[in-house]
Design a protein. Structure first.
Length: 252
């Protein structure tokens, strides 16, 4: 059986070499590592733009497939054996031609490397060009297969609340602009407090991204935030797993 979908077969190859950096996601309540987000980098650690700027409508299908395979392959080689660490992988909804066809290579890679599907999180950023029906089909299909799903940059996009009304992802990542300077901005504190309560009522796990200062973290903890990610904890680490700068952090 072919592992490529029609979108890959009709599109161009992505020949530019690239690799992956990993940024830890920490459960502040337990001071343990929940998982790592896979972030694309150049072959020698160059920034994401050096790679993403070369992605076009013609090669994005193949690029999206390569990113998944590369992220799972590196994580499998770096994660401790028999650990329950999660791996969060960004995907492009417009690069998914048909969910079940486009996931074949990912499934084959995870099976070959014994990487549990339940530990893989597919996250996407919703934007104004998004086909909501197509995204909902992707998310529903991935969940049926055993993957976890996440909405990134919640609060910065165009369809966040309407998506939540139609589909409840496993995780919602609050946009870093809501987190930035939350210790000095009472309006942001109100918005984040009510967003956290709403997600709790919906049974959706929250994740605060872009945490950069101890003051921001302190306010988030007061508001009841649990999962966090950001430079204060650890910067992305190229082809290795960073140890968060927080007392007692270990593997969840």
């Amino acid at each position: 059986m072919s592992t490529g979908c029609e979108g890959c077969q009709r599109g161009e190859k992505f020949d530019l070499p690239f690799s992956i950096a990993f940024q830890p996601i920490v459960d502040i309540h337990t001071r343990q590592i929940y998982g790592h987000e896979a972030l694309v980098r150049g072959p020698s650690g160059e920034g994401a733009y050096s790679v993403l700027s070369k992605v076009t409508d013609d090669n994005r299908y193949y690029f999206d497939q390569q990113c998944r395979v590369k992220a799972i392959g590196l994580a499998a080689s770096l994660y401790p054996a028999d650990d329950d660490l999660k791996l969060s992988i960004n995907f492009m909804p417009n690069a998914v031609y048909e969910p079940r066809a486009c996931i074949r290579q990912t499934l084959a890679t995870a099976e070959r490397l014994n990487f549990p599907l339940r530990n893989i999180i597919f996250e996407f950023t919703e934007d104004e060009k998004m086909d909501t029906a197509h995204v909902l089909n992707i998310l529903s299909t991935y969940r049926e297969m055993g993957f976890r799903t996440a909405i990134d940059d919640f609060g910065a996009g165009h369809a966040g609340l309407s998506l939540l009304a139609k589909f409840r992802p496993d995780i919602v990542k609050l946009d870093m602009e809501l987190i930035r300077d939350i210790d000095t901005d009472p309006t942001k504190r109100i918005i984040v407090r009510h967003t956290l309560r709403m997600l709790e009522d919906l049974g959706v796990t929250h994740l605060c991204e872009g945490v950069e200062t101890a003051a921001e973290m302190a306010v988030l903890e007061e508001l009841g935030a649990g999962l966090m990610q950001g430079y204060l904890l650890a910067r992305p680490s190229f082809e290795t797993l960073a140890t968060p700068a927080i007392g007692g952090a270990g593997h969840a």
